[in-house]
Design a binder for this molecule. Structure first.
Ligand code: ARG
Length: 459
């Protein structure tokens, strides 16, 4: 089988070597981007008279024909042609004859593959940003329905202070907002065009890189051809941003698993987002959040994998860099798939507000408020803390909650206690009292949701 680069060789490639070096099994995902890049390149070659206008036209039409045939699955990739770039070039030559061989003038697979990857990632970054916003909208709509729903807030997974359930959910809105802004920020760098760098040193042909950038929708061209072909930071950035985002998705998923347990019973996942057990008929398992939590691992793996591939590479292109692809494709699929599931899962979950309320009224999470009460009446916080500690111990020992103690009992601990202590202790008031900016009070949560909605509508 003759190779596109076969001229210098006297022997056929070993079969196993062919399999090792070929990337066609996975890089066929960037077929469209490859054709898109070639169309722009060939147009520029024609405009600059590096090839004739007729040849450029013939090649463009040939590429479009190849694209059409690929879409109709009329062409079969051949591992002997190694990767997507050479497979497409081969299809093109089969389609229009030797003139197809002029497409690769002034170009190398090194700047070509980097360009394809930029195009692919740019496209998916926009898609992922949209999907993040869909999850944010789902969070906002659940939050709006649950401003007055109270739930214990936890630290160390011990009940700490009661909060609005909307406040808890909205915390994830802001995490996703940062995730989104990391992705948006990465677009600045994704918008640099590598094409025209040649194999590493540029090209002898009078190409016009700015023109290709314009045709492909890039803002800038890489100013250094060596950097252009050896840079994979843009993929690392995507994998890092995705890893952080998956951390957030995993934390939310973990909470959903906990909240839907028998012990908590704070939410119930919709039947359409749950699965059963093959042996225990009573079970409704939170497989979806469990898998989202678990899928985080492969995204971290891809980040670590690529960092490791790149860390010792001398400039410029090395074949090692072909290993940038599968992890990136897998991450795109994992992140897109996870976000697609998350939005409807949040939207359809049932919030069991009575159970949540029961939890906030049957605990000692209003203890800080009694301390604050004494502080308002003039006692230093440290002393108040000590007094309340004793009251909590007394209440626990007598099997009651803080709202159940009588005023006489309170007065035994400190003479500053009055009848108004009971207002302070009601969970609604405990929440409403945390009215500092960004706090959990119903009023602050409403402001927060308003701000979030404004940001979403601007996006
Ligand atoms: N399939 C290769 C990759 O993904 C394309 C670049 C090949 N360049 C080379 N000099 N062998 O990295």
């Amino acid at each position: 089988m003759s190779k596109l680069w076969g001229g210098r060789f006297t022997k056929d490639t070993n079969k196993l070597v062919e399999e090792l070096t070929a990337s066609i099994a996975f890089d066929q995902k960037i077929a469209n981007e490859d054709i898109q890049g070639s169309l722009a390149h060939v147009q520029m070659l024609g405009e600059r008279k590096i090839i004739s206008e007729e040849e450029a036209k013939e090649i463009s039409e040939g590429l479009l024909k190849v694209k059409e045939k690929l879409e109709k699955e009329e062409l079969t990739y051949d591992v002997a042609n190694e990767d997507i770039h050479m497979n497409i070039e081969k299809f093109l030559i089969d389609e229009i004859g030797p003139v197809g061989g002029k497409l690769h003038t002034g170009r190398s697979r090194n700047d070509q593959v980097a360009t394809d990857m930029h195009l692919y990632l740019k496209n998916h970054t926009y898609q992922i940003i949209d999907l993040v916003e869909a999850v944010q909208s789902a969070i906002v709509s659940q939050a709006e329905n649950n401003i007055d729903t109270l739930i214990p807030g936890y630290t160390h997974l011990q009940r700490a202070q009661p909060i609005s359930f909307a406040h808890h959910l909205m915390a994830y809105f802001w995490m996703l907002e940062r995730d989104k802004s990391r992705l948006i920020d990465s677009l600045d760098r994704l918008n640099w065009l590598p094409l025209g760098a040649g194999a590493l040193a540029g090209t002898t042909f009078p190409i016009d890189r700015e023109r290709v950038a314009e045709l492909l929708g890039f803002d800038e061209v890489y100013p250094n051809s060596m950097d252009a072909v050896s840079d994979r930071d843009f993929i690392l950035e995507f994998l890092s941003a995705s890893s952080i985002m998956m951390t957030h998705i995993s934390r939310l998923s973990e909470e959903m698993v906990i909240w839907s347990s028998q012990e908590f019973q704070f939410i119930e996942l919709d039947d359409s987002f749950s699965t059963g057990s093959s042996i225990m008929p009573q079970k409704k398992n939170p497989d979806v959040p469990e898998l989202l939590r678990a899928k985080t691992g492969r995204v971290y793996g891809s980040l670590t994998g690529l960092l490791t591939v790149l860390k010792g590479l001398p400039l410029a292109y090395n074949k090692d860099m072909q290993e940038d692809k599968e992890g990136m494709f897998d991450t795109v699929e994992t992140v897109e798939g996870s976000l697609q599931l998350l939005a409807p899962m949040i939207e359809t979950m049932e919030v069991k507000s009575e159970n949540m309320y029961q939890a906030v009224s049957q605990d000692y999470s209003n203890a800080t408020d009694i301390a604050d009460y004494l502080v308002t009446k003039g006692l230093p916080f440290r002393e108040a803390h000590e007094v309340i500690g004793k009251i909590v111990l007394y209440a626990i020992e007598s099997g009651r909650y803080l709202l159940d103690l009588t005023l006489d009992e309170y007065k035994k601990f400190h003479e500053l206690f009055e009848e108004d202590i009971y207002d302070v202790l009601a969970p609604e008031n405990v929440v409403a009292a945390r009215n500092s900016t960004g706090g959990t009070s119903q009023q602050q949560v409403k402001l927060q949701i308003e701000k979030a909605k404004k940001m979403l509508s601007k996006a």
